[in-house]
Design a protein around this ligand. Sequence first.
Ligand SMILES: C[S@@+](CC[C@H](N)C(=O)[O-])C[C@H]1O[C@@H](n2cnc3c(N)ncnc32)[C@H](O)[C@@H]1O
Length: 229
Amino acid sequence: MKLGNRMAAIANMVPRSRCLADIGTDHAYLPVHLVKECIVDRAVAGDVHKGPYQSAVQTVEQFGCAEKISVRLGDGLAVLSPSEADVGVIAGMGGTTIVDILSKRPEVTKTFQRLVLQPMSSAGFLRQWLMEHEWMIVEEELVVEEEILYQIIMAEQGRTIPCPPLMYEIGPVLWEKRHPLLYRHLTSMASQLKTILGSMQASTQAAASPKFREYQEKLAALEEKIACL
Ligand SMILES: C[S@@+](CC[C@H](N)C(=O)[O-])C[C@H]1O[C@@H](n2cnc3c(N)ncnc32)[C@H](O)[C@@H]1O
């Protein structure tokens, strides 16, 4: 199965393992690919909605993987027992939804050896949650697919020293390795902040708020980082 850039980068972060859990699997392309390539022995493909669940069942049958991939309908990690999977993938959802899924079932979350997460938004909030809950960010990737820049975060259990707040949003590993797409990532963050500040400026109340000052300071700090690249 040919994966797009985003899904291929997620697949690259899954190590050779016994069992993968792909939560919010939708079409189940990731578990099918990883089982077919013998990267994982088996997989659980979970989705909370019936349509995606049915499309996952269909893909798994079409590729003859029904013996190795268990497709389950349910909310987040409720479809899994503790220690059932070594690697958990949650991709294509907002960072707050990912945190919600991970924090709702701590008894399952703490039994993953590795998490591979691809937030569509609130990546800073997700990184901060990981670091505050004894997950170390060990690798990060940026990929472009159809002109959209995606962030992928790989975490393993362990403690790290806390990051400066801006680094949660930038991505400590992306910064450390000066990822080739880092300039694009930071300038896109800066332009989002400028848009927010621009719309806040239209209201005297918003422009006088502590939030406005906070965003201004964040933009200045971000511009300093961009200037270092
Ligand atoms: C945009 S799709 C992403 C599909 C795939 N993971 C990917 O990255 O291409 C998000 C999927 O997550 C599912 N989803 C959203 N919240 C969920 C939850 N709490 N538990 C399980 N699945 C969820 C949705 O039904 C949908 O199929």
